[in-house]
Design a binder for this molecule. Structure first.
Ligand code: FES
Length: 69
């Protein structure tokens, strides 16, 4: 998933992925380009939605990096 891709690439985002992909934080919030967003095969689960609601700067194409692929 995207979180692993980010972690593998050692992208230095402060506090990114704090809960290590357990949908218990919103630090992996990603604002995706629309084209990418539409290509994701995973639907937003209720858990992801709840966490996204807490994410700063929520947009129409926001996803949590650890939950989308
Ligand atoms: Fe915590 Fe994704 S790393 S919700």
């Amino acid at each position: 998933n995207l979180l692993e891709a980010v972690l593998d690439n050692n992208v230095d985002i402060d506090g990114f992925g704090a809960c290590e992909g357990t949908l218990a934080c919103s630090t992996c919030h990603l604002i995706l380009p629309e084209a990418v967003y539409e290509q994701l095969s995973s639907d937003i689960s209720e858990e992801e939605m709840d966490m996204l609601d807490l994410a700063y700067g929520l947009t129409e194409t926001s996803r949590l990096g650890c939950a989308c692929h």
